[in-house]
Design a protein around this ligand. Structure first.
Ligand SMILES: *[C@@H]1O[C@H](CO)[C@@H](O)[C@H](O)[C@H]1NC(C)=O
Ligand SMILES: *[C@@H]1O[C@H](CO)[C@@H](O)[C@H](O)[C@H]1NC(C)=O
Ligand SMILES: *[C@@H]1O[C@H](CO)[C@@H](O)[C@H](O)[C@H]1NC(C)=O
Ligand SMILES: *[C@@H]1O[C@H](CO)[C@@H](O)[C@H](O)[C@H]1NC(C)=O
Length: 507
C-alpha cells in the first residue's frame, strides 16, 4: 500500500533511491577506510602489550632487565612470523614474577628517595651546625622524682594515702617495685616517698648524666643545628663538677654553654651577688657563650635571669645598672636577658638595664609574654629600645603533678602542630635569637628528647620517637633561611648590620 503510494509519486521514489545509494556509499567507504586503521591500532597495542608483559622475561631470567636500581625498558623481542606477531600464551607464573619484580623495584626506589631526603636533611643540619641563634634549655641531672616534703614528718595514715596515690598514678613495674622497697623501710624509718615526676617516659630510661649519655645528647643537639645550651645555675656545690664536664665536652660538638640564674626565691642583693660569683667560676671556659658587642668592643657573655621581673624596686634590681656606684656589672658584666610574664614587665627590664627579655614558659596564652600573638608587640618594643626579645618556643607542656602550678598551663602537643605554630610565629617576627624549652625538662613535659611508649605514659604517637628532634631540625633550618633573607633585605653596604646578629655580633 505504502510502496504503491510512493511508486505513484515518482519524485518521492527518486529521493528514496538517492538516499539508498548515499547510505551504501557511506557504508562502503567506512568499511574500506576504517577497518585497516582499526587493524593497525590493534597491532600497535598488541606489540606494546606483549613487550610489556613478556619482553623483559622473554629471554628467561627477567632479572637482567634491572641494573643500577632502574628497570631498563627491554627491546621489542616479540616472536614474529612473516612480520606478524605471534602472541605468546598467557603464563601465570611469568606474570606473577613480573608483578613481584615491579613491587620490589618500586620499594627500592621509594627507599632510595627517602635515603636521599635524609642525607640532604642531615647535610643541611650539619652545614648550619654552629648557629648560635638557637638556644635550648638543658637539664643535668633531670629531677625524675618528686619528693613530697610533707612526708618527711608525716604519720603513717598519710603515707598510706600517698602510696595509694602513687600506685594509681603510675602503672609501672619499676615504680611499684621502688614503692615496695620504700614501703618496707617505711615501717622502720620515715623516709620520703619518691614519686615519678614525668608524664612521658624517656627512651633512654631514667638516666643519670654519664659521659657517654652527655655525648649522645650533645650529638643530637648538634645535629639539630642548635649551637647553645642553657643550664640552670643554682650555685650548689654538687653541680660544679658536672657543669665543668659539660663545658669541657661542648667544644667537640661545636656547642657553647650559657646559664640561667634564678631569683625566684630570693631577691636580695647578696643572693644575686652569690649567683653571679657562681657564674664567674665557669666564665674562663672556652665554650662559655659570648657575643661580640659593637658598642662595648669586646666579647660579652649572654646570661638568662629567671623571674627577673621580681627584681623591680629592689636594691638588687637597681644594682643591675652600670651607672650605679655599686653596680653588679663590676662583678660580672654580660648581656642579661630577663624573664618576663606581664606586659609592664618589659618596662621593668628596661628600667633595670637588662639588655633583653624572654618568656620562659612555653604555654601559649598562659601569660602575656607567652602568648604568641603578643610577640609582635614584644619584638617592636625590643626594636624601639634596642633590646633583645628572645621568644621561648616549646613542643607542649605536660606536668604530671597532683598539685599543678597556678593557672592552666598544660598544652597538648597536637601531633607537632603546637610546636610548629610557636616556631612559625617566632620566625615571622624576625627575632635574632630563639630559645627552646626544652631538650630534656621531663618534669615539665616540654622535652624534645626521644620517648618510649609505655603503659600509663604519654608518647609521641603517631610518629617516630625522634619526632620532635626531627621537627626541631626542620624549624632551625627554616629559621636560618628566613633570618638570612631578612638580614640581606635590610643590609646597608659598608655599615655593620646589627639587625639580625648573624655572626654573633650585637650592637
Ligand atoms: C665545627 O665547626 C667547624 C668550623 O665551623 C667545622 O670545621 C667542624 O667540622 C665542626 N665540627 C663538628 C663536629 O661539626
Ligand atoms: C637570701 O639570700 C641571702 C644570701 O644567701 C640570705 O642571707 C637570705 O637569708 C636569703 N633570704 C631569704 C628570704 O631566703
Ligand atoms: C596578649 O595576650 C593576652 C592573653 O594573655 C590577650 O588577652 C591580649 O589581648 C594580648 N594582647 C595583645 C596586644 O595582643
Ligand atoms: C661580624 O659582623 C660585623 C658587622 O657586620 C663585622 O664588623 C664583624 O667584623 C663581623 N665579625 C666576624 C667575626 O665576622
Amino acid at each position: 500500500m505504502l510502496l504503491k503510494k510512493y511508486i505513484k509519486n515518482r519524485r518521492k521514489l527518486k529521493i528514496l533511491f538517492l538516499l539508498t545509494v548515499i547510505v551504501l556509499i557511506v557504508i562502503t567507504v567506512v568499511i574500506l577506510n576504517i577497518s585497516p586503521n582499526v587493524n593497525s591500532t590493534e597491532r600497535v597495542l598488541d606489540e606494546r602489550f606483549i613487550a610489556r608483559i613478556y619482553g623483559g622475561s622473554g629471554g628467561g631470567g627477567g632479572g637482567s632487565g634491572m641494573s643500577g636500581g632502574r628497570l631498563e625498558q627491554p627491546p621489542l623481542k616479540s616472536p614474529r612470523q612473516n612480520g606478524v606477531i605471534v602472541p605468546e600464551k598467557y603464563d601465570e607464573h611469568k606474570l606473577k614474577t613480573r608483578i613481584a619484580q615491579e613491587r620490589v623495584l618500586q620499594l627500592k626506589q621509594e627507599q632510595q628517595q627517602q635515603h636521599n631526603a635524609i642525607e640532604a636533611g642531615e647535610e643541611h643540619a650539619k652545614l648550619e651546625a654552629t648557629t648560635t641563634g638557637v638556644h635550648i634549655f638543658y637539664s643535668a641531672p633531670v629531677a625524675w622524682y618528686k619528693t613530697k616534703k610533707s612526708q618527711l614528718v608525716a604519720p603513717r595514715v598519710q603515707l598510706r594515702g600517698a602510696a595509694k596515690e602513687l600506685l594509681n598514678d603510675v602503672s609501672d613495674a619499676v615504680l611499684s617495685s621502688s614503692f615496695a622497697t620504700s614501703a618496707t623501710t617505711l615501717t622502720t624509718t620515715v623516709k620520703p616517698v619518691r614519686i615519678l615526676n614525668t608524664a612521658f617516659y624517656p627512651a633512654l630510661g631514667l638516666y643519670k648524666p654519664t659521659t657517654s649519655l652527655l655525648q649522645k645528647h650533645f650529638d643530637n643537639i648538634h645535629n639539630c643545628g642548635i649551637g647553645v645550651l642553657i643550664l640552670s645555675c643554682s650555685g650548689k656545690s654538687g653541680e660544679v663538677a658536672l657543669y665543668r664536664e659539660l663545658l669541657e665536652l661542648a667544644p667537640s660538638y661545636n656547642l657553647s654553654i650559657t646559664f640561667e640564674i634564678s631569683v625566684a626565691g630570693n631577691q636580695s642583693l647578696e643572693f644575686l651577688q652569690q649567683q653571679l660569683e657562681a657564674l664567674r667560676r665557669y666564665s674562663t671556659a672556652e665554650s662559655f657563650y659570648r657575643v661580640y658587642s659593637l658598642s662595648r668592643k669586646r666579647l660579652v657573655p649572654v646570661i638568662y635571669v629567671s623571674n627577673a621581673y621580681k627584681l623591680s624596686d629592689t636594691p638588687a634590681g637597681r644594682a643591675m645598672c652600670p651607672s650605679q656606684a655599686e653596680s653588679l656589672r663590676n662583678l660580672f658584666d654580660g648581656y642579661f636577658i630577663g624573664h618576663i610574664r606581664l606586659k609592664n614587665h618589659v618596662d621593668i627590664m628596661r628600667r633595670l638595664c637588662f639588655e633583653g627579655f624572654y618568656n620562659k614558659l612555653p604555654s601559649n596564652g598562659a601569660t602575656f609574654a607567652s602568648t604568641w600573638k603578643n610577640w609582635s608587640y614584644l619584638k617592636s618594643y625590643a626594636l624601639t629600645y634596642k633590646m633583645l626579645f628572645v621568644p621561648t618556643v616549646g613542643p607542649g607542656f605536660a606536668e604530671r603533678n597532683k598539685f599543678p602550678r597556678h593557672g592552666d598551663i598544660q598544652r597538648h602537643r597536637s601531633n607537632g602542630r603546637y610546636y610548629g605554630v610557636a616556631w612559625r610565629t617566632a620566625i615571622l617576627n624576625h627575632v635574632g635569637f630563639i630559645n627552646i624549652a626544652s631538650y630534656n625538662n621531663w618534669p615539665d613535659g616540654s622535652q624534645i628528647e626521644e620517648v618510649m611508649p609505655k603503659a600509663g605514659f604519654l608518647d609521641y604517637n603517631p610518629g617516630a620517637k625522634t619526632k620532635y628532634i626531627d621537627l626541631t631540625t626542620h624549624w632551625v633550618v627554616n629559621f636560618l633561611k628566613t633570618r638570612h633573607e631578612a638580614a640581606a633585605a635590610v643590609a646597608v653596604p659598608g655599615q655593620p648590620s646589627c639587625y639580625e646578629f648573624l655572626n654573633n655580633t650585637i650592637c
